[in-house]
Write a protein that binds this ligand. Structure first.
Ligand code: ITT
Length: 213
């Protein structure tokens, strides 16, 4: 059984549209290492979640990257949603920026403890850098070295859009203020959102690979 590792029920609902009922949520709050990219965070999370669950896991790390803010809030999107809030992000963008373009990104990281062609080096190397940094902070028991040998496969989806005044009441998180092709994600039904969204694109890639596996 595949475990979708997230504390966010909205993500699981979207994943089920692609992967069916075989997917079960694993409500596990893995350590989010500090990194400028989503990939090392997701890879680290997948290894930790697999060690915790002992069965195949899929971690979903996502974020909203505002172009005029050099990608902020990016990997910090959940923290910013919980502190400033979505509406404050919208106001900040409209006050400070002429260019309101943004992208949503989603990285899925799969780990089942078995060997396969892991995602090429850069991601794993970043992960090692993050793990080494955690070790340098004095965490002598850090088992990052053993962890590193666990292959992780990554799948990424990206969608471009604009930050707009909130519209719609579907979806979750930043959906009401993210417009793609004339509609906000919160104005779209789940299928419609999945067909174009960052998560939908990543899930599609994962689904194809997983089926062959
Ligand atoms: P987990 O880490 O437990 O999976 P989370 O909600 O904290 O749950 P992330 O760390 O990936 O998820 O944070 C991503 C942030 O972006 C968070 O504030 C989400 O609400 C938001 N987000 C992610 N995907 C989204 C989507 O499809 N639509 C709107 N907001 C989204």
């Amino acid at each position: 059984m595949l475990r979708y590792v997230t504390t966010n029920g909205g993500k699981v609902r979207e994943a089920r549209e692609y992967l069916g009922d075989e997917v079960r949520q694993l409500d596990f709050d893995y350590t989010e290492v500090q990194a400028a990219e989503l990939a090392p965070i997701a890879a680290h999370g997948a290894r930790e979640a697999y060690r915790h669950a002992g069965e195949p896991v899929l971690v979903d790390d996502a974020g909203l990257f505002v172009r005029g803010f050099d990608g902020f809030p990016g990997p910090y999107s959940a923290y910013v949603e919980g502190t400033l809030g979505v509406e404050a992000v919208r106001r900040l963008v409209s006050r400070e920026l002429d260019d309101t373009r943004a992208t949503f990104r989603c990285v899925l990281a799969y780990c089942d403890g078995e060997a396969f062609d892991a995602t090429p080096d850069p991601v794993d190397r970043d992960d090692r850098v993050a793990a080494a940094a955690a070790g340098a902070d004095g965490d002598a028991d850090d088992d990052a070295e053993a962890d590193d040998t666990l292959p992780v496969k990554l799948f990424e989806g990206v969608v471009r859009g604009e930050i707009v005044e909130a519209r719609g009441d579907g979806g979750f998180g930043y959906d009401p203020i993210f417009e793609h092709d004339g509609s906000t994600f919160a104005e779209m039904g789940p299928e419609e959102k999945n067909a174009v969204s960052h998560r939908g694109r990543a899930l599609e890639k994962f689904g194809e690979w997983f089926q062959e596996r």
